[in-house]
Ligand binder design. Structure first.
Ligand SMILES: Cc1cc2nc3c(=O)[nH]c(=O)nc-3n(C[C@H](O)[C@H](O)[C@H](O)COP(=O)(O)OP(=O)(O)OC[C@H]3O[C@@H](n4cnc5c(N)ncnc54)[C@H](O)[C@@H]3O)c2cc1C
Length: 494
């Protein structure tokens, strides 16, 4: 039926929202550890992959290695930095190996979710994006794996005169199939991982590409290979052993860099900047364009495989301008310095629009939930919101490291509840915590990309201590989360 409002209702034990890397991983954990439970995954898109299905710009790839961005339980067998296609292939294999295909409903956008304490279940209202049908699912537990940004469109600032620009405007998140950049002058606005990936992948197809950034970004430069993995493969070691050992090594290396970035920031800065200098042309103003003001590791540092971005600069196909946009004209951009960039195409690699909880309207016993007035339990659950968990991964280490840990935690929580005969769990501040300091979801001096800074006031709050803290550290959480005391009074079971 099309355009209708027929409502089909079904009940499941666990409803997973999102078929990205987190949701598919969550379903694997859930179906392996709780084969007796019914699990359904819904996604608004028409296939699995989330980020890796949405983003189709030239060269789209991971910026962290797949040994840690991949799942703990499924070995990664290729080069560490992977293309979107390789990640989708890995996810397809995961879906097949765990027999998940029949549990996933695509084109299902969740609009609202209402918890009833009397009925002890969520009622979730969904619209089919392909047929416009209404679908209702009831669930004992909702596992939010919906990521952190709106997939429908990216974020584009409204610069003065932008509407006057007569050239082509592209956003990497909404990349059309038929883009032809041959012979064109291109300006990419932004210098994050997306810009760094896109530029070397279009530089040789267009006349010239300019990376226009307000401020510089740190990058790692390195070969897209992992020596330990290569050695172990050559020695004929099994894939799962290689995966485990390489993962452990990468986690340890990241930990060392993270610690050194706090203890010896100048040394780490010098190391990063030197590596970039080595691949740039002689006399390039590295300090101006690639020596950020922020401390190393305050943001995830993208690996530029084989220095391809810098090679494109060296080849004269790409250049960097560090300046602020004053306004657009019909033919280009006037910068605050007074310089002008004439261009045919503008690519706005300017980031995401934050989506708080998938833009779903939540109610608990008919009361609307404003997530900004909740406090998070370990960055996973929220005070006053029963039977719901959320995956927010690491942003400096691989996202999936945390997604795996959270799925393990949720499975343990569900086991604990069934052993105790409980059907409801809700985080609540203990009496002595009533006046507890409430902090932003992410501390600004810790990590503060634009999409979070713009919308922090809409995100849940955290406290200064466990279990109300959102830690950003795999090394501590890998021990804390699997052992977290479920009976310390911060989770109320009914
Ligand atoms: C180009 C790019 C490269 C990146 N590279 C890395 C990297 O190398 N390492 C790293 O750690 N991180 C990287 N990230 C961050 C990345 O987004 C996350 O690491 C990870 O992919 C998030 O996975 P996810 O499954 O949690 O969310 P997503 O990939 O965002 O998937 C969420 C899914 O939920 C669905 N959804 C959302 N709301 C609803 C709703 N209301 N109803 C139904 N479905 C809904 C969406 O349609 C989507 O399919 C990258 C991001 C981008 C954009």
């Amino acid at each position: 039926m099309t355009g209708g409002t027929q409502t089909i209702t079904e009940h499941v034990d666990v409803l997973i929202v999102g078929a990205g890397i987190s949701g598919i991983g969550g379903a694997c954990h859930m179906t392996t550890q709780h084969p007796e439970r019914s699990v359904l995954i819904v996604d608004a898109l028409d296939s699995f992959g989330g980020t890796w299905w949405t983003h189709r710009y030239p060269g789209v790839r991971s910026d962290s290695d797949l040994f840690t961005f991949g799942y703990k339980f499924k070995p990664w067998r290729k080069a560490p930095i992977a293309s979107a296609d390789e990640i989708l292939h890995y996810m397809r294999e995961t879906i097949d190996e765990h027999d998940l295909a029949s549990r996933i409903r695509y084109n299902h956008r969740v609009n609202s979710a209402s918890w009833s304490t009397d009925a002890r279940k969520w009622t979730v209202d969904i619209t089919r994006t392909d047929t416009d049908e209404s679908v209702q699912v009831t669930a004992n537990f909702v596992y939010m794996c919906q990521g952190y940004y709106k997939h429908r469109q990216g974020y584009t600032p409204q610069w003065d005169g932008f509407a006057d620009f007569k050239g082509e405007v592209l956003h990497p998140q909404e990349w059309p199939e038929d883009v032809d950049l041959a012979g064109k002058r291109v300006v990419v606005i932004g210098s994050g991982a997306t810009a760094a990936t896109l530029i070397p992948n279009i530089a040789y197809d267009c006349a010239h590409v300019t990376m226009l950034q307000r401020s510089p970004t740190f990058f790692f430069v390195g070969a897209n290979r992992n020596e330990l993995a290569d050695e172990l493969r050559a020695a004929g070691r099994p894939d799962d052993e290689i995966h485990e050992l390489v993962r452990a090594q990468i986690v340890e290396q990241h930990d060392m860099v993270a610690k050194a970035s706090v203890e010896y920031p100048d040394m780490v800065r010098q190391m990063l900047v030197q590596a970039v200098t080595d691949v740039l042309p002689e006399g390039f103003d590295v300090d101006k364009h690639f020596n950020p003001t922020y401390r190393p590791w305050q943001q995830r540092i993208a690996l530029v495989p084989d220095g391809d971005l810098f090679q494109a600069i060296k080849a004269g196909q790409a250049s960097v301008v560090t300046d602020h946009i004053d306004h657009f004209t019909e033919t280009g951009i006037v910068l605050k310095s007074g310089d002008t960039l004439e261009t045919d195409v503008v690519i706005t690699a300017t980031g995401f629009d934050l989506s708080v909880m998938g833009d779903i309207a939540f109610t608990v016993d008919d009361q609307p939930i404003d997530f900004a007035s909740t406090v998070t339990y370990r960055g996973i659950m929220f005070t006053g919101v029963p039977n719901l968990a959320y995956v927010f991964g690491y942003f400096r280490s691989s996202w999936t490291l945390r997604a795996d840990l959270i799925s393990g935690f949720v499975c343990r929580l569900l086991t604990f509840m069934s052993e105790r005969g409980c059907t409801m769990v809700v985080p609540e501040l203990r009496p002595e915590e009533a006046g507890m300091e409430r902090l932003d979801w992410v501390e600004a001096d810790n990590f503060n990309p634009g999409y979070l800074a713009r919308s922090m006031h809409r995100m849940p709050r955290q406290g200064p201590e466990d279990p109300w803290r959102l830690r950003h550290d795999y090394t501590s959480e890998k021990d804390i989360l699997p052992n977290a005391d479920l009976e310390d009074g911060s989770l109320v079971f009914k």
